[in-house]
Design a protein around this ligand. Sequence first.
Ligand SMILES: Cc1cc2nc3c(=O)[nH]c(=O)nc-3n(C[C@H](O)[C@H](O)[C@H](O)COP(=O)(O)O)c2cc1C
Length: 176
Amino acid sequence: MKLLLGVSGSIGAYKAMDIMRLFQKNGHEVTVVMTRAATQIIAPLTFETFAPGKVYSELFAAGQDPLLHINLSKENDLLLIAPATANTIGKMANGIADDLLSTLFCAFFKRVVVAPAMNTHMLENPAVIDNIDRLKSRGVEIIEAAEGVLANREIGKGRLPDSETIYRHCLKINSV
Ligand SMILES: Cc1cc2nc3c(=O)[nH]c(=O)nc-3n(C[C@H](O)[C@H](O)[C@H](O)COP(=O)(O)O)c2cc1C
């Protein structure tokens, strides 16, 4: 499959590298779209090394296809956003398109899989719960966050599930 991997600014963003490699090792083509916050957490160069010419983070960039947000959505089979921050989920649920990833989501007309990853208290925030529910009701596939040790050393729900779980989920969604 041709996968669009959206990476937003969660501390779990480095794990998206492992997800990308897993898809690639199994013969899938991966294009990466990072938010600006994600580029603060993991360098685009890390993805670029294994996906040369297939890593984007800007909506407006000199020399880039001006219609990248439309063309990427046409060319790819599935959009996976992993990890998905509270902010990116909120924008997706409310039709806000103010960066490449959120604009791409608005233009994407095929299956979308979202793996939220955040601190338990953020995950339990009523606005975040509403936003996740809203996406679910519109047919977006949500992979539940896993429980375990969080970035602040507390134990709770909010971790990005392991790469295999996310991979298998995407394969299943793409086959129906
Ligand atoms: C070190 C660090 C770790 C963060 N981890 C998370 C996280 O796991 N989940 C989350 O929703 N936000 C997290 N944030 C907050 C987001 O980065 C912030 O809300 C940002 O605006 C998200 O932008 P984006 O959705 O465009 O990537 C973190 C911030 C910092 C500084």
